[in-house]
Design a protein around this ligand. Structure first.
Ligand SMILES: [Zn+2]
Ligand SMILES: [Zn+2]
Length: 153
């Protein structure tokens, strides 16, 4: 899933997001944001730290937490929470839901209806939806294949 993210693209998005909150552009914010976009996966803060520290050795865990917080406030990253395990961070801001594999703990993006992005749920009158998220829990194809292979062994 690794991809080259042009630094201009990172800067443009980051500048736009930061402008909304009045926070300033820093090398750390740029570095951490580009690390998230590069993989497009759902790392925990610890994983972001490990990844970002490899080419920014003086980075501290506190900076990573603060930066992730800032990116969430800027609307560039969203938090994904599961009942178990740490918060994960998702840099895909297109409408989508998450699938949590309970075997490998992987988190996968599930695209929703590109037309409306709305799930077919009947909302009782008087409830105004501002945000929604559907969390699927189950087994991913890789784990399912592994289990099938083990069952046949
Ligand atoms: Zn899995
Ligand atoms: Zn996601």
């Amino acid at each position: 899933m690794e991809r080259q993210v042009p630094i201009d693209f990172v800067d443009e998005r980051l500048n736009k997001g930061l402008a909304r909150t009045g926070l300033r552009f820093t090398a750390q914010r740029r570095h951490i944001y580009s690390k998230l976009l590069e993989k497009g996966d759902h790392p925990s803060a610890d994983e972001v730290f490990m990844r970002a520290k490899s080419d920014m050795p003086d980075l501290s865990m506190a900076t990573v937490y603060n930066t992730l917080d800032t990116l969430v406030k800027c609307g560039l990253v969203r938090q994904v929470n599961h009942e178990r395990g740490p918060t994960r961070y998702c840099s895909n801001m297109e409408k989508h839901h998450h699938f949590h594999c309970t075997t490998c703990n992987g988190v996968f993006d599930i695209r929703s209806d590109p037309e409306s992005g709305e799930p077919e749920i009947h909302m009782p009158p008087g409830f105004e939806v501002l945000q929604f998220e559907i969390l699927f829990r189950g087994i991913c194809p890789e784990c399912a294949a592994k289990q099938a292979a083990e069952a046949n062994a």
